[in-house]
Ligand binder design. Sequence first.
Ligand code: ADP
Ligand code: MG
Length: 321
Amino acid sequence: MAGEFDLIRDFFRDATAQRDDVVLGIGDDCALLEAPVGKQLAVSMDTLVVGRHFVTDVDPELLGHKALAVNLSDLAAMGATPAWVTLSLTLPDADAEWVKRFMVGFAALAKHYQLTLIGGDTTRGPLAITVQVHGFVDPEKSLRRDAAKIGDLIYVTGQLGDAGLALMAQQGLYVKQGCLASLKQRLDRPEPRIELGRAATTHSRCAIDLSDGLGSDLGHICEESNVGALIYLDKLPMSDAVAEYVAESGDWSLPLLAGDDYELCMTVPAQHQAAFEAAMQQQEVPVTWIGMIEQGEQVRAMSPNGDVDAYVARGYDHFAN
Ligand code: ADP
Ligand code: MG
């Protein structure tokens, strides 16, 4: 068993990218940081708790990736550039092998985005992980939930429902040969859409990342912006596996309501449509038009036969009964 200070020395210091704006990193009472002049700081925190967000025997490397990825997804949804991260680990015991593997997943993603681990806390208790990320964004260019306007076009990145289908498969609710390995990747290793979010700031002012599901997360945009939304189910981008599930079951809840995809939903004024779509074609991830911001306060979904259903969609509420 390692001690707290051994863990810090062996696995947290120097684990991630080196940056010139970190004047003093891990090892003192505080980190000292030089924020760039003329930028705003974008700050976000997420906690993952054992038994609630993951199971006890989860692969620590995947958990390290996911704990950071879900936070970076929030920066992506603001159009921010990642810079610094803090990490609070609550561990049942000082299991050095577990921490080492957790940091493999965490550090690989951090380095990819030139992100420095600048501090944190290590305590004993039921396994829980809190990550806080800090990024930079140009004033006036952040992507906010309250900035959608009536007439804006609605777009999403990637494909919807993969993580939901993987979760169903994991729980034994969906059995199918073949497609499950790639779906499992989508659930375990979400890729934050950082570059795409930054590129979108040229033409969009409004985005959210899809952690709770499209209906619910687009619902947050509607609520904050005082607008409604109409989306077309037959436009929702889906993998073959999800499309097959929808075709067989007639159930659209996977692409519409399932969470954990960590794609971006963005709104774009109509006069920027051509420029936005051209810019998005430079990105690795496909970006698909799915509907319009309209008057109202609901997310409405039109099915291929023309029926319209309204959703007063709510996100996952940890305190709901
Ligand atoms: P203090 O007692 O002053 O809070 P700690 O002993 O908790 O200091 O931490 C010592 C140093 O190690 C600090 O710089 C702190 O930010 C860093 N640190 C502790 N735990 C972590 C962690 N899980 N990840 C990154 N840095 C950590
Ligand atoms: Mg401390």
